[in-house]
Write a protein that binds this ligand. Structure first.
Ligand SMILES: C[S@@+](CC[C@H](N)C(=O)[O-])C[C@H]1O[C@@H](n2cnc3c(N)ncnc32)[C@H](O)[C@@H]1O
Length: 470
């Protein structure tokens, strides 16, 4: 594969038409879940520009003639703030949020000037970013750890985290032992799986040649239910039976063991095929493909912030995952409608609503495609939308819909990325113009919550109220 710098396309080269057809089939299968791909035959001049796989690898080998960059420690990569005290970490995160907030206020000013409107009252005394709420646990807090399976220095098979760079020739897998955010149980799982992979004598994935069988693994554990879930990902192979037999050694150790043959064939080898977790006294079933907040105790702090803000007739839980935010708020609202992209997560959400005796409706699909259908029949007021999108933030269609839906006067924006958060808030809070319709929202509170100690990541809960009801 050759991907020109900063371009949203790539040239793919296949050794034969059989490989091409099987690739197109696999691409089609993954398409509906994440992205839509377009494929076309490269023309002659493009073909001339493309390199063969061998030439590509050779060129890369030549690039490695320079002294390789010194490889950093894996704990610096996974937990870059480990050397700071927890207070210093929180201080650093506060500054990150504050900086993005300042950019947002500046952007609102620019848009007001462009629209020729006068500054709304809230701009005279904008809310302050509140102090970061700390995580109750600052080490071993992750309830989900994703491991790569590959090689250390080209030879030794490892299950751990990727370190180094492909282009510098330093890419390798390292043990997670020094990373303080990972629980011992997950580290032990990595060691055990490593032994099994070695014992199998089947190749681990090699990113240089894009070949090999054992690819990755995900370990989930609940400190509340004490349940564990080991999910192992492999490339398609005629040795699947041998792998399944080997993985039986894990059965007595973990509640559930799952084998996923890429791209998406899921086989539950042992146990129920999910893990159960408790957050704010509500029970949740979490399947291997479903999102769940990775720090359970930190998640309680985060959700409590949301629950304290919500109080209405209808709650739209946008990007709802396993339904956990809506379900946490269930005592404060009459009705919940959740929208989520991943079908397995929606299946979990439906079960979770039942488990907690809550009536809720869940829709599978992209929120940007479903939001109009959901908001169109809405009548009356007192509607809350809680949005909790992935790192890249909300789609423009959703932002537009939030602004134009009558009766939807409260938005609680939960975000793991301050950059996309404040960019989206600019669209929700700027004055109306010919691109952005509907009365603006006003930021009422900005509450950072630390869910990821030892790392620079920070969650935020921002409460917005419609300007017309203030
Ligand atoms: C940060 S997670 C939040 C999940 C849930 N609110 C929670 O607290 O566990 C974001 C969720 O958005 C879902 N998602 C991603 N893109 C989406 C889209 N375009 N439409 C709907 N859901 C989406 C993901 O599958 C994931 O479950």
């Amino acid at each position: 594969m050759a991907r020109p710098n900063r371009k949203s396309f790539a040239f793919l080269q296949f050794p034969d038409s059989e490989s091409l057809s099987s690739f197109l089939l696999r691409a089609q299968e993954t398409e509906s879940v994440k992205k839509k791909y377009k494929f076309k035959q490269a023309n002659e001049s493009q073909q001339l520009r493309g390199k063969t796989i061998e030439e590509h690898l050779q060129a890369r080998a030549c690039e490695i003639t320079e002294e390789p960059e010194e490889l950093g420690l894996i704990r610096d990569k996974i937990t870059p703030l480990w050397a700071l005290s927890y207070e210093e970490q929180l201080g650093q995160k506060y500054v990150t949020v504050q900086n993005e907030y300042m950019k947002f206020l500046k952007e609102i000013n620019i848009r007001m000037k462009k629209a020729g409107t006068i500054a709304p009252l809230w701009m005279q005394t904008p809310p302050k970013v509140l102090d970061v709420k700390p995580s109750p646990n600052i080490e071993s807090y992750r309830n989900k750890t994703e491991f790569s399976i590959g090689y250390y220095d080209n030879e030794e098979i490892k299950v751990g985290f990727t370190n180094g760079k492909m282009a510098a020739g330093t890419l390798r897998i390292e043990s997670p032992r020094t990373c303080t955010n990972i629980p011992e149980q997950a580290k032990d799982f990595a060691d055990r799986l490593e032994e099994l992979v070695k014992k199998s004598q089947l190749p681990a994935f090699d990113s240089k040649t894009n070949s090999g069988i054992w690819k990755q693994a995900v370990f989930r554990n609940s400190s509340r239910s004490l349940e564990t879930m080991a999910t192992i990902y492999i490339n398609p192979t005629s040795e699947q039976e041998k792998i399944e037999t080997l993985l039986q050694e894990l059965f007595p150790l973990y509640t559930t063991v799952i084998l996923i043959t890429l791209p998406n064939t899921i086989k539950i080898l042992n146990g129920p095929g999910f893990i159960t977790e408790t957050v704010l006294n509500k029970k949740y079933q979490v399947s291997p493909m479903s999102f769940f907040q990775v720090n359970t105790l930190g998640c309680e702090v985060l959700y409590k912030e949301v629950v304290d803000l919500v109080c209405g007739d209808l709650l739209l839980d946008i990007c709802c995952g396993t339904g956990s935010i809506g379900i946490s708020c269930s005592e404060k609202v009459k009705k919940i409608i959740g929208i989520e992209l991943i079908a397995e997560a929606v299946a979990d959400a439906k079960i979770n609503a039942e488990l907690n005796n809550i009536e809720a409706e869940y829709l599978v699909g992209r929120a940007e495609d479903l939001i109009k259908e959901v908001t169109k029949p809405i009548q009356g007021g007192n509607i809350f939308a809680v949005v909790d999108p992935p790192r890249n933030g909300l789609h423009k269609t959703i932002l537009q819909c939030l602004r134009t839906t009558k009766g939807l006067d409260h938005v609680v924006y939960v975000s793991c990325n301050p950059v996309s958060l404040f960019q989206n808030l600019a669209d929700l809070c700027c004055p109306e113009n010919n691109k952005v319709r509907g009365p603006a929202f006003v930021p009422i509170s900005i509450q950072p919550v630390d869910m990821f100690p030892q790392t620079p990541h920070i969650e935020n809960v921002v409460y917005l109220k419609r300007s017309t009801i203030i």
